[in-house]
Each structure stands twice: as structure tokens, then as C-alpha cells.
Design a protein around this ligand. Structure first.
Ligand SMILES: [Zn+2]
Ligand SMILES: [Zn+2]
Length: 336
């Protein structure tokens, strides 16, 4: 009876076992023992019963894009606090981004994050390595050694990798090590000093806008580099209707391209910035209604490989700055 748990009447979704039905889950000593319509007598044999009527019961969720700020900015988030938030939201595996301080750019950095993750004993904590040293976009980091140490891929996230020649080299290396290069698609020249989506609302608010083209131009360029090199490529947090069409074509061409979408880009629009609430200042920015509709359609069409939170917490004092000065990012793990 000890540690035996019955979750009854839940809507159980388990893609690995092709299960999508209302049923019960019996857990004995921490392990799933039976899934199905169990008879009422089972209740008397367990120590705890959870009535999951009108609730979803799913396997541990995986978030492939979080910022846990350790090492360097532990006042914002640590691997321990981030893991606690992840578990509270049902995530049992997370992939940390390497834009820490210093950046994750060596095998010892990768091992550091893994060790910290193991010490928290909450979620599986994985990490991506930086593509370039200090995420400066100039010189490749030790991708091979980091891959051997278990880095789940490479990205300069927080920055888009501007230099096409460096990206081409990274994709060639990625192919050699059979790892993925992930990109925060943002052409800095085109994005300029934008702090929100360029459009009707940025004009009304008098805030500098970031045009959809800043994302789409880089995504288009990278897809051509994938075509040339055959390296695996993942477009992080795509946010525009144009990006959806680029991904659609890349997949039609059978290129090794995948993409993710965040819940905030699916559910919120740039109208949220109307109150100058800096919690809505994210990168890429919240877009227009037509973009959220295109992202939803992309999910319905099976084009989106993952939903990812891009959980990016900052200090409250930083987010209390005016919209122009506040940092980009939304703390979203627990509401994902
Ligand atoms: Zn990013
Ligand atoms: Zn990010």
C-alpha cells in the first residue's frame, strides 16, 4: 500500500503508446503499473487517490528551450529554482540555453550544468553549447568536445548568428558530429533598435519596431546554407506567418530543418504592449493576429516540431524599467 497511487478518470494522453482516452493510471512504488479502466476495488489497495476528472494526464513534458541563468546571473534564476518551476509545470526534462555569464562554450561548462542539474534531483537538465566563442559570432566554439560531453545542440540564442560564413562552417561541423545547430533568427541590422513588433501598435505607441523581415531574412539565409551543407538546423521560436511559409517549403524540400513555437507567440499579440507592460517585451516580439493564426495553422498542419517556453526570467527591478530599457524575456515555464 505504501507509495501506491491511483489517478482516476483522467484524460490520458500517451503518444508513445498511442493512447488518447479517459482512463485510470495505477502507480506502484513510483512506477506506472497499469493504465486502463481499472475496477473500483483497486482504490482500496492504494495509499492515495487523485480524481483527475476533466484533467489531462500526460507523460513528463520536455521543454527544449529555457534560460536558467546559471552560471553568472543566479539572482535571476538558478538551475535549482528553474528546475523547481519546471517540475511544478509538469516538465521532467529541460534544455538550458548557453547564454549564461560566461557562456557555455567548453566541455567543462557542459559538465557543470549537467552536474548542477543532477544535484537538484528534480528534472533532467540538459544544455546546448554556444556555436561561437563568447556568443560573439566570430569564431567557432569547441563544438566537438561539447558534443562529446553531451551538449544537445548548439546555439548563440539571445543573439542571432549574423555571419553567414560562420554559420555555414557551424552547419558543416554539425553534420560531422551529427548534432543540430539552432538559431535565434534575427538580422540585427534589420531589427535595429526595435523593442516590439513593427506595425500598427508600435506606431500608435511611438516605440521602435522590429520588422518580421528581421526574422525571415535570417531564416531564409540559413535554409539556403542547410541546402548547401546538409547540416541539421533548428529554427528557435519562429513567430511570423512568413517564417511558417519558409519552414513549410524547407520541409517540402526534405531539408533537415525543424522549428519550435512558444506559447506566448501562439496566444498573445503585439496589442499586449499597449499598456507598456514590460512582461510582454520578448524577443522575437509578440506579433500581429495574422501571425498567431498562421502559427496555429502550422501546428494543425504538423509543421511545428515542438512547443518550447523560451522561459527567460529577469529581476523584477529590471522589468520595472521603462519599455525601451527593460530586458527582453518572459518567465513562462509555470504557465506553459
Ligand atoms: Zn532566442
Ligand atoms: Zn531563448
Amino acid at each position: 500500500m505504501a507509495n501506491h497511487l491511483l489517478i482516476k478518470n483522467g484524460h490520458v494522453i500517451d503518444p508513445a503508446n498511442r493512447l488518447d482516452a479517459q482512463c485510470d493510471v495505477l502507480i506502484l512504488d513510483g512506477k506506472v503499473s497499469e493504465v486502463g479502466r481499472l475496477n473500483g476495488g483497486v482504490e482500496k489497495t492504494v495509499s492515495r487517490v487523485i480524481d483527475a476528472t476533466n484533467k489531462l494526464v500526460v507523460p513528463g513534458l520536455i521543454d527544449i528551450h529555457v534560460h536558467f541563468r546559471e552560471p553568472g546571473d543566479e539572482e535571476e534564476e538558478t538551475i535549482a529554482s528553474g528546475s523547481t518551476a519546471a517540475v511544478a509545470a509538469g516538465f521532467t526534462s529541460v534544455v538550458c540555453m548557453p547564454n549564461t555569464n560566461p557562456a557555455i562554450e567548453s566541455e567543462t561548462d557542459v559538465e557543470y550544468v549537467h552536474r548542477k542539474g543532477r544535484q537538484t534531483r528534480k528534472t533532467h537538465v540538459y544544455v546546448m553549447g554556444a556555436i561561437t566563442k563568447k556568443r560573439e559570432g566570430a569564431e567557432l566554439a569547441e563544438m566537438g568536445l561539447m558534443a562529446e560531453a553531451g551538449a544537445r545542440g548548439f546555439t548563440d540564442d539571445g543573439n542571432g548568428l549574423q555571419n553567414a560564413a560562420v554559420m555555414q562552417r557551424a552547419l558543416k561541423y554539425a553534420k560531422m558530429f551529427d548534432v543540430v545547430v539552432a538559431q535565434h533568427c534575427q538580422d540585427n541590422c534589420y531589427a535595429g533598435s526595435g523593442v516590439m513588433n513593427a506595425g500598427y501598435h508600435s506606431t500608435i505607441l511611438g516605440l521602435p519596431g522590429m520588422d518580421a523581415m528581421a526574422e525571415e531574412a535570417m531564416l531564409w539565409r540559413d535554409i539556403q546554407l542547410v541546402r548547401k551543407t546538409g547540416g541539421r538546423y533548428h529554427a528557435q521560436h519562429i513567430s511570423t506567418a512568413g517564417s511558417v511559409e519558409l519552414i513549410r517549403q524547407a520541409k517540402k524540400d526534405s531539408l533537415p530543418v525543424s522549428c519550435e513555437v512558444t506559447p506566448h507567440h501562439l496566444l498573445l499579440t503585439d496589442e499586449c504592449c499597449s499598456t507598456y507592460d514590460t512582461n510582454y517585451k520578448v524577443s522575437p516580439p509578440l506579433r500581429a493576429q495574422k501571425d498567431t493564426e498562421a502559427l496555429k495553422q502550422a501546428i494543425a498542419d504538423g509543421l511545428v516540431d515542438a512547443l518550447a517556453s523560451d522561459h527567460a526570467p529577469h529581476l523584477q527591478s529590471e522589468k520595472e524599467l521603462e519599455f525601451l530599457a527593460a530586458p527582453f524575456g518572459i518567465a513562462s515555464l509555470e504557465c506553459a
